[in-house]
Design a binder for this molecule. Structure first.
Ligand code: URA
Length: 245
């Protein structure tokens, strides 16, 4: 169930709302020309503004908006926006954190080492990238040096993922890692508390598991990830009301 906007902003550390020194910039679909110096953080446009416009976009418009997005400072350092990949009518939506270096270069989520492991995780429950699966990230632009996303960047970018979810209407969301889970569930609970149970995002069943990049460094937790994947597979089977999910 989605929380009221104030609750969501609180969970992201954005409430009470910061005051703008300048008027909010209108949402722009085009990359900025020129190289103005970065604005001080407290002068950034209101990251939550423009969410209503985004919530009305169709799939192609949404893609164009992401590719040309300048809603946060990450557009200055990214190579390109990374919209997502797969079947826009998929039953399964996989949500990661943010593009890394490989994804920034290629323009597709999870194409590096973590992506290979993700493909193997999907295969273990009979899924293939692009076939009844859509893969997207919370952030559509790469944070420099793969640093953790900033709450303002999340607030600026989340409306894109929210609209993707509205349009895809997945039957089940699999959140990869603490960051995706906390962003979608507006909580600061640890991943160990979040995994292993069925959550809901705006009514859509959501299951949390470890991020593949974490699993590459912590092989012992692969067994727990397998339990999460089985939970996801069984949940989907139940949702479809048959044994062939
Ligand atoms: N990690 C993520 O969370 N997303 C990607 O697309 C790649 C690595």
């Amino acid at each position: 169930m989605s929380l009221p906007r104030e609750e969501r902003l609180k969970a992201l550390g954005l409430w009470p709302r910061w005051r703008l020194r300048t008027a909010p910039a209108p949402m722009t679909m085009e990359a900025e020309s020129g190289t103005p110096s970065p604005a001080p953080l407290d002068e950034l446009p209101d990251a939550a503004s423009g969410a209503t416009e985004i919530s009305a976009l169709d799939w192609d418009g949404l893609r164009r908006a992401v590719l040309g997005c300048t809603r946060c400072e990450l557009h200055r350092s990214r190579t390109q926006g990374v919209f997502g990949v797969g079947d826009p009518n998929a039953d399964w939506l996989i949500v990661g954190e943010a593009p890394g270096g490989d994804e920034d270069r290629v323009g597709e989520p999870f194409v590096g080492q973590a992506g290979k492991l993700l493909d193997a995780m999907l295969a273990s429950i009979g899924l293939t990238r692009g076939e009844d699966v859509y893969i997207a990230n919370v952030l559509k632009s790469r944070p420099p040096r793969n640093r953790d996303p900033d709450p303002r960047e999340v607030a600026a970018c989340l409306p894109y993922l929210e609209r993707q979810i509205d349009l895809i209407q997945p039957r089940l969301i699999l959140a990869l890692g603490r960051f995706a889970a906390q962003s979608l569930l507006t909580t600061d609970a640890s991943i160990s508390r979040l995994r292993g149970t069925l959550h809901r995002y705006r009514g859509v069943p959501l299951i949390v598991t470890y991020h593949p990049a974490y699993l590459l460094r912590n092989l012992a937790d692969k067994a727990k990830a397998w339990e999460d994947l089985v939970l996801a597979r069984e949940t989907m089977r139940g949702l479809k009301g048959d044994r062939a999910a």
